[in-house]
Ligand binder design. Structure first.
Ligand code: NAP
Length: 425
């Protein structure tokens, strides 16, 4: 029997989940692993007398966690500067760290992982909550060459898109429902603008492709421009709209992007709904593997935090060992994708031909097209087209030309909506 003493920073959703799991399942963890988890210290900004600290000493000073009676420090406060200082202090004092902080790892992970290389830092909970995707990439699938990692890695976006599709909720209603249910923050910007997913994809791409974490190389687009019409037309064409993170190897380079995408409606990922997360990994030996589960929530996230704690306590392993070599990340303009375009226009003869001609001038082939009948009494229609795969820069130029031409014809009725299509192949 080995006792491992934990110092927990923070007393919020995830930290309380950690305390609850130890209280509920501490005995099982001990029986299975031979490790007794003992919380000796908790430090956080605000005391919460209603929370059972399992006998730990409480203080409001985070530096109290780097103490002799703490073996592993759990950083569960979030944010960047204070969290980074705490982690550095813990590593300097030879104390392994477990964190759920994706923003911190995506931004400062390279520095943290390359300093104090003999003291481990683990961050399973930073990506996709309860899903053990980091362990899968670093341990279970370690013998594979990874080709692609594609995932729904932001539960807030997935909840909103699912509510828009299944319950016909407008974006604003779906967002405020997500907030009321605790699935979205009061300030939801990081989630709905794709930043949170970019943090997670940065980590996944770095681990899968042995590159440093390169947040600034990830192309980021959120879901705020997706409309009910796009969801309806996508369904008619056999797709569902999801917010995805895509990281893949193209030749000797890496492509990493987060944005809404049309997924074939029969694809596994297309059927992951609500706040759930899922990640599909493609690799040479294992082929395609799918991981899905809760992407957030106190208990679900704490499950990953404590998985890391037990792994550390069991093996005392050194950190990820990654020899990370700089690889070129592909500029978004060079990325090749099929596209969905919704072009709202005045219902006049010749407009569809203009759209088709413009695509052809840019060497873009149209795979499918729908021209909707105008609603009774309306002079407007949507032209919806699906293109074959084409470079982003070409597509952007074609859309710009189309805007210009439709403007000259005075038939434009709102902006063109463009959403990339992921065939997941
Ligand atoms: N919640 C999830 O579902 C989830 C999922 C995956 C990853 N994560 C990550 O887990 C971490 C914690 O998230 P959470 O949801 O538990 O956050 P939270 O509920 O806001 O809790 C944060 C806790 O840290 C304390 N704190 C914040 N800044 C502090 C500071 N400068 N000094 C001392 N204490 C400080 C807060 O004190 P106050 O009580 O005074 O505010 C609060 O107790 C974040 O990195 C987050 O990204 C969360």
């Amino acid at each position: 029997m080995k006792q491992v003493r934990l110092g927990i920073a923070g007393l919020g959703t995830v930290a309380q989940g950690v305390l609850s799991i130890i209280s509920m399942n501490g005995g099982k963890i001990r029986d299975r692993s031979g490790i007794e988890l003992k919380v000796t210290r908790v430090s956080s900004r605000t005391a919460k007398p209603e929370v059972d600290l399992l006998g730990a000493k409480f203080s409001q000073d985070l530096s109290d966690l780097v103490a002799d009676d703490v073996d592993i420090v759990l950083e569960l406060i979030g944010g960047e500067d204070v969290a980074r200082n705490l982690i550095e202090a813990a590593l300097d004092a030879n104390k392994p760290v477990v964190t759920a902080n994706k923003a911190l790892i995506a931004t400062y992970g390279n520095d943290l992982l390359s300093s104090n290389v003999n003291v481990p830092i683990k961050f399973e909970a930073a990506v996709a909550g309860a899903i053990p995707i980091i362990q899968a990439i670093q341990d279970a699938l370690i013998c594979n060459d990874f080709h692609q990692v594609v995932g729904i890695i932001n539960g807030t976006c997935n909840y909103i898109l699912t509510a828009m599709e299944e319950e016909d909720q407008p974006f604003a209603t779906a967002l405020s429902n997500a907030q009321a249910l605790g699935y979205a923050e009061a300030d939801p910007t990081f989630d709905i603008e794709g930043v949170d997913a970019a943090h997670k994809l940065t980590i996944l791409a770095g681990l899968a492709f042995d590159t440093p974490f390169e947040l600034e190389q990830v192309y980021v687009e959120g879901i705020t421009k997706i409309t009910a019409l796009d969801i309806e037309y996508a369904a008619e064409l056999g797709y569902r709209i999801k917010h995805v993170g895509v990281a893949k190897v193209v030749g000797a380079e890496v492509e990493a992007r987060v944005h809404p995408a049309l997924l074939p409606s029969g694809a596994l990922l297309a059927n992951v709904n609500g706040v759930a997360n899922a990640v599909v990994v493609r690799s040479d030996a294992a082929g395609q593997t799918l991981f899905s589960g809760p992407g957030a929530g106190g208990m679900a996230t704490a499950s990953s935090v404590l998985g890391d704690v037990v792994a550390l306590a069991r093996s005392g392993e050194s950190r990820d060992g990654g020899a990370r070599s700089k690889t070129r990340y592909i500029e978004i303009g060079e990325v090749i994708c099929s596209n969905y375009l919704r072009i709202p226009v005045r219902d006049k003869p010749g407009v569809f031909a203009q759209v088709a001609n413009t695509m052809s001038e840019h060497d873009i082939s149209i795979e499918a097209a729908i021209q909707k009948e105008p609603v009774a009494g309306s002079a407007f229609v949507d032209i919806v087209i699906v293109t074959h795969a084409v470079a982003e820069s070409v597509m952007e130029r074609a859309v710009a030309t189309l805007r210009e031409k439709l403007g000259e014809l005075e038939v434009s009725q709102g902006d063109i909506s463009r959403i990339r299509i992921e065939t997941l192949e």
